[in-house]
Write a protein that binds this ligand. Structure first.
Ligand code: ADP
Ligand code: MG
Length: 393
């Protein structure tokens, strides 16, 4: 998705006021009635309607008149609210190139005043779990606030809380810098996802250090649940950093053993295939698939859990509540990066609204982009005004 942050510079205080009013309305409405937006924004002389038009033109809102005249935020609109808040807080000053399109996120480089480059992860829950969300319609019907906006914010909150806690306990994770709405700011990992690495100097050392992380996590009471070559970064010195935490669960989760075994198996399988590592213990099962016969070399869930710590409980106390965990698990428990198809890409909220509102090029309503030498569109002109922002940190 194109993230034309230059538009930010031209948005007025009133534009953000109305955008925030729509966001607030979305707590209780999937589509926020125009009159409600007007009431929340309370701009003088019907100013809201003019502003709504402007926001629509820039694809920050989507207009829906199927049931009544109303609006909802687009991903871009939500992105802008988060970015503006973080820029106003002084977390970063400019947004740069896109680093990746994850399973349920868009990742960008951002730059700080002093030139430090950080990573901005914009969560897009509902993009690929559209099917899951759809299958939960019954549940959603009675709770309209359980929309992509809420779920994406929850995913970001969870990722931030876990990253921070893991860092404090000495795990190799990015430094968690800040979080707002569906957006997490973290340090840039120098390196590449393991999936891109064809050769290693010391595959055994790397294998052991990766497996050691899975074991240590479980000893602390946690399971990553998507621990594979896509979510393990490795640098030129073959140092490992683990990323991507919204799907983590406690070892007390009812499917904990299955998730743990799956994480372990992913690592074995990848190293076996990619680096031809043999684990001796592998023999062919009757149906031709590999099975493991030597349990002594493979960490087992039951032995680790006996000694498990309580990082999961600490996290529950960190602002990411048990209810948050339950809510988010309904949507992202289970699926892994590798087995999720991309057929739902681009559908931002799981609703087929004949979406003509996103992902298309901007209409050149604004002047041409000014980018500085690093390719960072400068956001320095954004107004320093938090008053209209609804910061859900
Ligand atoms: P998703 O949940 O969508 O899979 P990830 O957190 O796994 O998102 O990130 C997707 C990709 O973005 C990663 O595979 C990696 O290439 C890149 N990435 C994510 N976080 C960082 C980071 N802190 N530093 C460098 N690259 C990152
Ligand atoms: Mg990932």
């Amino acid at each position: 998705m194109k993230l034309d942050v230059d538009v930010l510079r031209y948005l007025s205080k009133d534009d953000f006021r109305v955008l925030t009013a729509v966001e607030m309305g979305m707590r209780n409405h999937e589509i926020v009635p125009a009159e409600l937006v007007d009431r929340i924004a309370s701009l003088k002389h019907g100013g809201t309607y003019k502003v709504l038009k402007n926001l629509l033109r820039h694809k920050l809102l989507h207009h829906d008149s199927s049931k009544y005249d109303g609006f909802r935020l687009t991903y871009l609109g939500y992105d802008f609210l988060a970015i503006k808040t973080l820029v106003n807080r002084g977390v970063f000053t400019a947004v740069g190139r896109q680093l990746g399109v994850g399973k349920e996120s868009d990742i960008f480089e951002v730059a700080c005043e002093d030139g430090t480059v950080l990573v901005m992860k914009l969560h897009r829950l509902g993009r690929t779990s559209f099917r899951a969300v759809k299958s939960k319609r019954d549940y959603l019907r009675h709770r309209s606030s359980y929309n992509w906006l809420y779920l994406s914010r929850l995913a970001a909150l969870k990722e931030f809380a876990f990253m921070k806690a893991l860092e404090e306990h000495g795990f190799p994770v990015p430094n968690a810098v800040d979080c707002n709405r569906h957006c997490v700011i973290m340090s840039l990992v120098q390196g590449y996802p393991l999936v891109q690495v064809k050769e290693l100097q010391n595959p055994e050392t790397v294998f052991n250090s990766i497996l050691g992380i899975v074991v240590r996590l479980a000893e602390h009471g946690l399971i990553h649940c998507d621990f594979n070559e896509f979510n393990i970064m490795i640098d030129d010195d073959e140092k490992i950093t683990m990323i991507d935490f919204p799907q983590m669960v406690s070892v007390s989760h009812r499917n904990a053993q299955m998730y743990f075994d799956r994480d372990v198996e992913c690592i074995f399988k990848f190293f076996r295939k990619r680096f031809n590592m043999s684990f001796q213990e592998t023999v062919d099962d009757a149906d031709g698939s590999d099975i493991d016969t030597d349990e002594s070399s493979r960490p087992t869930f039951s032995s680790i859990c006996k000694a498990s710590g309580s990082l999961d409980k600490e996290l529950a106390a960190s602002g990411f509540t048990r209810k948050d965990q339950d809510d988010i698990e309904k949507f992202i428990g289970g699926g892994t990066e590798k087995d999720i198809g991309s057929d739902d890409e681009g559908n931002d909220d799981g609703k087929d609204t004949g979406s003509d509102d996103e992902g298309t090029d901007n209409e050149h309503a604004f002047e041409s982009n000014e980018t500085d030498v690093n390719g960072f569109g400068s956001l320095r002109l954004v107004e320093k005004d938090e008053s209209t922002s609804n910061c859900n940190k």
